[in-house]
Design a protein around this ligand. Structure first.
Ligand code: NAD
Length: 517
């Protein structure tokens, strides 16, 4: 078993009066330390005050049986993640030119990275697998299903994708050929016209009937596989943006009414989001379009259901969210970030249409905003580096996406520094572990509740799961809360929130124990 654990396994127990292991949960009493800053109205001087907020967290330990329903199951990502989980689960290895390759979960933060737990009696660091800080579902135990507008079995979809090595495909084909995607909702207006030939597996009827059908699909999948919970994830084609129209998709009731009256501005992805919300199934949007319109977020809040998005952060943008943070935090001023991509898979084909490219351009472009806004020494208010994004479709490179980035920055005394990056990304092999991480983290959040002194009872976290930001290019966050794009901060947030669930203080790099005489 990769990372050597079953669903729900943890690497340690906490020995502290503020942590309790009850029969079915871990409860922690936790003090959140923060700093409140006030500004004197007249002099403008700042005053900083340490503050403490008391939280109690409760994490249910029983993971149960969990399902993942992918929209776009027959795509490159959908078929790759399904085949790869099967290979891991069955321990299927395959021949390569260099010898035998074992399956693994490399690229998954949850499955292949570690968290520092603390130091032992010799002051040596002790690390544990990320997925064993609190009980999490193991991907080998997930039941996968889903929808696609293309009727190919997942076995044939895997062959069409041309991502995984042939000797692996050969060994998993028969089992994957048994898996057939459910028919899906297809509105040609939302994805590129060049996708039409794939659409031979679609649901007819009115929008309301389609919504009811998707809800029934989720219920049926849950029942047929005896599942306790299902997570739904959009890994289908990038859609164009939906217009945000007053009276249509601005409030929960208007959105439900727009579906009932068959309004043309409700996209397939929003229909899936609404179906999931109404079924209490968390919904995550892995593509860039604005699936989570204000009405969908309001509906999720009202139903106390979870949503997350947008757009898997797999390659170029992930690097950007590291490099821009490094530059700005080093006191170096990026003046221009210029990015070219070319790719040859079906995603690239779809993105070659202007409206779908525009969705991607938007989700890729906001990634340095928080870092720039945090440094008033380098940037005046409203000032921003030039940021250009180009994407071209080059069929012969297939799933092997190329990203070329140039960062031009101003350094000491008006000098210039230029960094060029050439990044060859195996697109679906980078995205598949993100699907796994989003699924595992989302599933965990369905089992966690908290209370502060102000809460009369245990409550779930906010419906919009900003904790997923690390895996997403344009993180959706609760209304009026900050978006964090910087990768290191995003990881730190996840790591320390998980530690809080088991009553441990946040990790910091002070290493005071090593600095004394
Ligand atoms: P893909 O084109 O291979 O797969 C998409 C699948 O969705 C296809 O099988 C298509 O038939 C299906 N589909 C389209 N509309 C549908 C609908 N309404 N209902 C159900 N199925 C539908 O693309 P991919 O490479 O798997 O990428 C999937 C999505 O993930 C794209 O939107 C892409 O932009 C996004 N994404 C991918 C990466 C990455 O691969 N590294 C990174 C970020 C985002």
């Amino acid at each position: 078993r990769a990372a050597g654990a079953a669903s729900g396994a943890t690497a340690f127990k906490v020995d502290a009066p503020n942590v309790r292991y009850t029969g079915d949960a871990i409860e922690s009493d936790y003090t959140y330390d923060t700093t409140i800053v006030s500004r004197d109205a007249e002099s403008g001087s700042l005053k900083a005050k340490p503050a403490k907020v008391g939280y109690r967290f409760r994490t249910k330990t029983g993971v149960g049986r969990v399902g993942l329903m992918l929209v776009g199951w027959g795509g490159n990502n959908g078929s790759t993640v399904t085949a790869s989980i099967l290979a891991n689960k069955k321990g299927i290895s395959w021949e390569t030119r260099k010898g035998r390759q074992e399956p693994n979960y490399f690229g998954s933060l949850m499955m292949a990275s570690t968290v520092k737990l603390g130091v032992d009696e010799d002051l040596k660091d002790v690390y544990v697998p990320f997925n064993q800080v609190v009980p999490m579902v193991h991907p080998n135990d997930v039941v996968i299903g889903g929808w696609d507008i293309s009727s190919l079995s997942i076995g044939d979809a895997m062959r069409r994708a041309q991502v995984l090595p042939v000797d692996l495909q050969r060994q998993v084909y028969d089992e994957l050929h048994q898996l057939k995607p459910l028919p899906s909702v297809y509105y040609p207006d939302f994805i590129a016209a060049n996708q039409e030939a794939r659409a031979d597996n679609t649901i007819g009827g009115t929008k309301q009937e389609q919504l009811d059908r998707l809800r029934q699909d989720i219920r049926d999948f849950k029942q047929a596989n005896s599942l306790d919970r299902v997570v739904v994830m959009w890994t289908a084609n990038t859609e164009r943006y939906a217009d945000i129209l007053p009276g249509v998709n601005d409030t929960a009731d208007n959105l439900l009414q727009a579906i009932a009256s068959g309004h043309s501005e409700v996209s397939p992805s929003t229909l899936f989001a609404v179906a999931s919300i109404l079924e209490g199934a968390p919904f995550v949007n892995g593509s860039p379009q604005n699936t989570l319109v204000p009405g969908a977020i309001a509906l999720a809040e009202r139903e106390r259901s979870f949503v997350g998005g947008d757009d898997f952060k797999s390659g170029q943008t992930k690097i950007k969210s590291v490099l821009a943070e490094f530059l700005v935090n080093a006191g170096i001023k990026p003046l221009a970030i210029t990015s070219y991509n070319h790719l040859g898979n079906n995603d690239g084909h779809n993105l070659s249409a202007p409206a779908q490219f525009r969705s991607k351009e938007i989700s890729k472009s906001s990634v340095v905003d928080d870092m720039v806004a945090a440094n008033r020494l380098l940037y005046a208010k409203g000032e921003h580096p030039d940021h250009t994004i180009v994407i071209k479709y080059v069929p012969s490179v297939g799933d092997s996406k190329r990203a070329l980035d140039e960062y031009v920055s101003e350094i000491f005394m008006g000098g210039l520094n230029t960094i060029s990056i050439y990044n060859t990304c195996e697109d679906s092999l980078l995205a598949s572990p993100l699907i796994i991480d989003l699924f595992m983290m989302t599933e965990l959040m369905t089992r966690v509740s908290y209370r502060t002194d102000a809460d009369a009872d245990w409550v779930p976290f906010h419906s919009v799961l900003s904790i997923l930001s690390y895996m997403l290019k344009a993180p959706v966050v609760p209304p009026n809360t900050p978006v964090v794009n910087a990768l290191a901060k995003q990881r730190m947030a996840m790591e320390n929130i998980l530690r809080a669930f088991v009553g441990l203080p946040p990790n910091n790099e002070m290493l005071l124990e090593h600095k004394a005489f």
